[in-house]
Design a protein around this ligand. Sequence first.
Ligand code: NOJ
Length: 551
Amino acid sequence: MSNPTRTNDAANDSWWRSAVIYQVYIRSFADGDGDGTGDIAGLRSRLQYLAYLGVDAIWINPWYPSPLADGGYDVSDFRDIHPAYGTLEDARKLLAEAHQLGLRVILDIVPNHVSDQHAWFQQALAAPPGSPERERFVFRDGRGEGGSLPPNDWYAAFGGSTWTRTPDGQWYLHLFAPEQPDLNWDNAGVRAEFESILRFWFDLGVDGFRIDVAHGMAKDPALPDLGLTEFSVIAGEGQEGHPHWDRDDVHDIFRSWRVIADSYPDPRVFVAEAHVRPGRLADYLRPDQLHTAFNFDFLKCALEADKLREVIDRTITDLAKVGAPATWVLSNHDEARHVTRYGRAHTGVTTPMRDQGHSTDLALGTRRARAAALLMLALPVGAYIYQGEELGLYEVEDLPESVLQDPTWERSGHTVRGRDGCRVPLPWTGDTPPFGFGTFVSAAPWLPQPDAWKSYTAEANQADRTSMLQLYRSALRLRRTNPGLRGEEFRWLDSPPGTLLFERGTGLLCAVNLSDQPIPLPDASSPLIASGPLGKDGVLPPDTTVLLHWD
Ligand code: NOJ
């Protein structure tokens, strides 16, 4: 059972409402055994760093046994740990140590699909069409002569058809890679199995789950054609009446999961990964379903004041209707790091997966990333930090093709490089790779780190009073100590075009200047923390955020 020693001001059972959650991409966080891959031992050795950073919880990307066809989102056994990451005993120790430091631990559950190496799928392949083993998945006969054409025209998220043919002629559905067959959530056995998996980890002391592809689990059993082109597959996520994204039936699954989470004395929580059209996210966060969800509208938004204001307003208004707290997020393991995005001419995310090949100005991107981080941490109430953003890391856009591992690279016929550039192992110490990623003499990290990361290590950040790390630490400290930031109050104030100004609680202002002109700061205000130097005459320079005390 979890027993964190540090709680925030909210009641113990609602710590998640205002939590700052740090995303640990375990393969790239810290390598405790020197094999070039991050692991639980490495994570345990860096828990103090996370506690000192000042986050409330960590979310660990899938750490289960997996052939890693999609970085671990192809799970072959949901009740164990990938041998490269450690053992269940290591997981128990991690949970105990994290809880001792007051850090909650959230895992990643992948219920839409399993690995093609999962025992269930292997049994399904060995069983005949129409068998109970195949009923756990979505098997269908093909169309056309001899059933040689896929059952419908759907396209998979990494490219190609969503259908792969088996040796006996039937086809199986996979919304992602062929190595990730989709489960059939109309099957009672599938539902029971996942309820049991949730209990397994909750019993071990895990505090919650991030739910992968929460909006994709329910499918229209008629599997109708979509008439979409390949590149509109993700855009199709926003389409009304879509046969596999955001169907109303999915909510029943989450109602039964909520009952399980609430059955624990220290209730467990769920975070939805749900890409849905505006207004639909709140449906997932009704009081009898999930607790929070990632705010992808905020992540994808261009760094422009009017657009951000619209997203912030919509988020707060929509979620308030169901009593759910807002969350804010700038980066994750699927999108180009925001230092790189914000240094481009177009600062929003416009294409599925990534905008590759657009030039970027890293100095500008870093300035803006600092401004965005302080804005994010000043907004009410929850936030996500993707490992390495607190070090100021940028997207590694020049990884050699030979090392690329994201299935997108192969599935797109080598046209889309994919997401490896934001998954490069973290630099901790020293002047040369592997920058302390391995805790002793180690194999080369599974993806190469740029030499220039010597100025981005945690050590280098630590030594510089003005570093990104110090900015995150100071902002997180302020969130814990300033009553205005801890509460949920939020009020816009008038400000010049291209800027944002809002008040949290009483007397705490946040001003963000995204225009190209300096703006005067409000009268009678004194800065508490700023993302960059302020002008001598009390002005806020472009691409800068400041938190002010206001009398
Ligand atoms: C979303 C995850 O964040 C991503 O990394 C993964 O490829 C897909 N879901 C499929 O599981």
